[in-house]
Write a protein that binds this ligand. Structure first.
Ligand code: ADP
Ligand code: DP6
Ligand code: CO
Length: 352
């Protein structure tokens, strides 16, 4: 029996300028360009292994130890058939290659963080799926080429194939051939940029991103304004802030965009609520922290779920976490770093 296997990991990426809305559902083409930061492979990631064998009778997918029916959905099959086509081209050029393109695949994936909880599991998941199969098939395509395939699995996945700061350019063509991810900047160029994830809930969301954005496109008037006038300008400004390493500007744009996206969710009909009371408390906390230090220390962003991602500069970690621990998890001794006067000020910030 002949069996070929490959494994990869792909990290999560968290958008600072949100993708929300499809102009073409089949090809997963977005209504606007977006920007994200890809986290380190050592943090939140999907680990995916694929096996191809002539003895497999169907494509099958196991996610976090449970077999999923999603392998037969259109989006996953779109990724598989594009990858098979590319493998077939290689097999045509070199007839000695095993005919992997004709064999079924078994795919096993595991996320080391909550799935479908607004922490971009579909991004890491489809990026890993496409990268693992490309490795198995020994494809020679560029990352941008692969990003166009991953995009068809889940839009946000196209950005997880690159590290650092990544833009997904919406493109203009109807066939999606120019709707792909490109790297804006490596993390090495802004090495003190850090992200913290505050897990508010591990629960699976009740409205998937796909369903949520379809409803927003169909019913929200605010969404039309966002897409036409807000995002195009912000896309240019955010790339500028990243290249200039202007944290204050980057943070302002990131927070505003998270709020704008959640406002379009609320403006959908019936409304979609991804954030909960704890999420809102975190938003308040971040603004209080920035006010307290009279400097922008932290930016929050929330995807389609209640969990928070905070962006901050490494040198401000102590300043930020003093507050976070104070509010959510009083770690013994944290207060020793602060004067009584400062502690009084912290406390007074949380009084209504
Ligand atoms: P999230 O906010 O976590 O991205 P989505 O609603 O966008 O939530 O997508 C969640 C879906 O993505 C899951 O129900 C599953 O179908 C798919 N998914 C998540 N992780 C993986 C993975 N590692 N491999 C394949 N598919 C995955
Ligand atoms: C709020 O990429 O999960 O996280 O393309 O339908 O799979 P599908 O949606 P998905 O949507 C992500 C929405 C977001 C913002 C973002 O990541 O840009
Ligand atoms: Co998703």
């Amino acid at each position: 029996m002949s069996i070929h296997v490959a494994s990869v990991t792909a990290p999560v990426n968290i958008a600072t300028l949100k993708y929300w809305g499809k102009r073409d559902k089949q090809l997963n083409l977005p209504t606007n360009s977006s920007i994200s930061v890809t986290l380190s492979q050592d943090d939140l990631r999907a680990l995916t292994s694929v096996a191809a064998s002539p003895t497999f009778t169907a494509d099958r997918l196991w996610l976090n130890g449970k077999e999923e029916a999603t392998v037969s959905n259109e989006r996953t099959q779109a990724c598989l058939s594009e990858l098979r086509k590319l493998r077939q081209e290689l097999e045509g050029k070199d007839t000695k290659l095993p005919k992997l393109s004709q064999w079924n695949l078994h795919i096993v994936s595991e996320n080391n963080f909550p799935t479908a909880a607004g922490l971009a599991s579909s991004a890491a998941g489809f990026a890993a799926l496409v990268a693992a199969i490309a490795k198995l098939y020994k494809l020679e395509q560029s990352m941008s080429d692969l990003s166009r395939i991953a995009r068809q699995g889940s839009g946000s996945a196209c950005r997880s194939l690159f590290g650092g700061f990544v833009a997904w350019e919406m493109g203009e063509k109807q066939d999606g051939s120019d709707s792909q991810a490109v790297q804006v900047s490596t993390l090495d160029q802004w090495p003190n940029m850090k992200a913290a994830i505050l897990v508010v809930s591990q629960a699976k969301k009740d409205t998937s991103s796909t369903t949520g954005m379809q409803l927003t496109v169909k019913t929200s008037d605010l969404f039309k304004e966002r897409v036409a006038h807000v995002v195009p300008k912000r896309f240019i400004e955010m790339k500028g802030a990243i290249n200039a390493k202007d944290f204050e500007k980057f943070a302002e744009l990131t927070m505003k965009d998270s709020n704008s996206f959640h406002a379009t969710c609320l403006d959908s009909f019936p409304p979609i609520f991804y954030m909960n009371d704890t999420s809102k408390k975190i938003i308040k906390l971040c603004h209080l922290i920035n006010e307290f230090y009279k400097e922008t220390i932290v930016a929050y962003t929330f995807d389609a779920g209640p969990n928070a991602v905070l962006y901050y500069l490494e040198e401000n970690e102590g300043k930020l976490f003093a507050f976070v621990y104070h509010l959510f998890n009083k770690v013994e001794g944290w207060e020793k770093k602060y004067s009584q006067d400062q502690l009084n000020q912290f406390s007074s910030l949380f009084e209504d």
